[in-house]
Design a binder for this molecule. Structure first.
Ligand SMILES: Cc1ncc(COP(=O)(O)O)c(C=O)c1O
Length: 425
């Protein structure tokens, strides 16, 4: 695709956008000087789909009308409520139905997965993550090391980018695994790194980790609903993601979890149990011994929180309707357009930290000002004044994510105008 740096070109791209209609199905936050803000922060919190309120109202009405009977008699019965999400979730991450479940929240699910998949021995007890991992993931990992009697100094390995680079090279990860693999019990990496926007090659990392006898799991917080995922074929042992970013399911919404079929159907894996992971045919027999459900559902602990799960029903249906292929196609064009304009107009002032290869990123670009942190913070504040919503990530990154389901090519044009004006302010 070749771009021309003009507003008219942006308008043509919008005119030809097969997903353009989806924008009207979201609540767009108002700006101060504009009718709607330029919201490029869907990588942090996705916008509210308009259908959400009706479904939450429906659940509130059913609770009022049916009370406890709603478990079976609500329009969408609460007992099997999470099951209506299974097909769409599997489609989204490229999994079999039995491999996915929506439950809890992201860090909680990472903990549950590590209970099952981090099984250290005296020879093999290290966990490999990336340097600068999202703090919650690092805290969770280090707490599991500690739980088994290891310190981070003893057992945490952090893959670093080369000096002067921001992204970790896959060949360096492979070399590290070849070197240290015998000591590594678990590799836990992001699908898309939150600060750099780098997308990792899940199949390649999984192969390298498994070749060393390590287990491997992925945090897909910034990948689900953003990049292509074929989790079953790629073969990772587990993956977890939140649904409030690209999946638009609302603040603190219920998270997703993938357990590969080869484990999901094996009941002997140790886990933390609760009644929702018990064989559902026998759950209400109230027997004392735990009989695990097969599939990822067997990791559930509690009955599902209906009010925070309802938005996911709406948002996943939207992804099914749009189709991940079309979402990715638009994403590449939209982010390519942003990259083109930043490079063309502002490359002297701004460095793009995110890889420029479309298969190595999702929709987010991470920007760094060449003039340093102090002026970057000033520019970020000036962007806010101009009705741009994006975010700042320490120590020096402005993250910008035009989201294919609700952002436009014209907004990207206006964003780059606002950025240029903020730089010269
Ligand atoms: C990569 C990553 N991991 C973990 C988390 C923590 O998520 P939660 O608070 O839902 O556990 C986030 C939140 O933004 C994240 O971006």
């Amino acid at each position: 695709m070749s771009f021309a740096a003009s507003r008219a070109h942006a308008e043509t791209l919008d005119h030809n956008d097969p997903l353009a209609e989806f924008r009207s199905r979201f609540h767009l936050p108002p700006g101060r000087a504009r009718s709607t803000a330029i919201y490029f922060c869907g990588n942090s919190l996705g916008l509210q789909p308009k259908g959400v309120r009706d479904l939450i109202d429906e659940e509130l009405e059913d609770w009022a009308r049916y009370a406890v009977l709603g478990h079976l008699e609500a329009r969408r019965p609460w007992l099997p409520y999470h099951e209506q999400l299974t097909t769409d979730t599997a489609l989204l991450v490229g999994a079999r139905a039995a491999e996915v479940v929506n439950m809890n929240t992201l860090t909680v699910n990472l903990h549950l997965m590590m209970v099952s998949f981090y099984r250290p021995t005296s020879d093999r007890h290290c966990i490999l993550i990336e340097q600068g991992a999202f703090p919650s993931d690092r805290y969770a990992v280090v707490s599991h090391l500690g739980h088994h009697g290891y310190s981070a100094q003893q057992a945490l390995i952090e893959a670093a980018p080369r000096s002067g680079e921001d992204c970790v090279r896959h060949e360096d990860l492979e070399a590290l695994l070849a070197r240290e693999g015998r000591r590594i019990a678990l590799v836990m990496l992001p699908g898309v790194q939150y600060r750099t926007g780098q997308s990792f090659d899940i199949a390649r990392i999984t192969r390298a980790a498994h070749a060393q006898g390590a287990r491997v799991g992925f945090d897909l917080a910034h990948a689900a609903g953003n990049v292509e995922l074929r989790m079953h074929d790629w073969g990772a042992d587990f993956a977890c993601w939140c649904t409030y970013k690209y999946l638009n399911a609302g603040p603190g919404a219920v998270a997703g979890c993938f357990v590969h079929q080869r484990h999901a159907e094996a009941s002997e894996l140790p886990r933390f149990a609760g009644w929702w992971g018990h064989d559902k045919a026998k759950r209400f027999l109230m027997q004392p011994d735990f009989e695990v459900l097969t599939g990822a559902e067997g990791w559930q602990i509690s009955n599902p929180p209906i009010l925070s799960m309802a938005p996911l029903v709406i948002s996943l249906a939207m992804f099914r309707e749009a189709g991940m292929e079309r979402v990715i196609e638009k994403s590449r064009l939209l982010t390519g357009w942003l990259e083109f304009l930043v490079d063309k107009r502002l490359s002297r002032e701004i460095e793009i930290v995110t890889p420029n290869e479309p298969t190595e990123r999702g929709c987010q670009l991470s920007l760094r000002l060449r003039s340093g942190v102090r002026s970057a913070k000033r520019v970020f504040a000036a962007l806010e004044q101009r009705d741009v919503v994006c975010d700042w990530r320490e120590p020096d990154i402005i993250r910008v994510a035009p989201v294919p389901l609700y952002n436009t090519f014209t907004e990207v044009w206006e964003f780059v105008d606002a950025l240029a004006a903020s730089l010269s302010q």
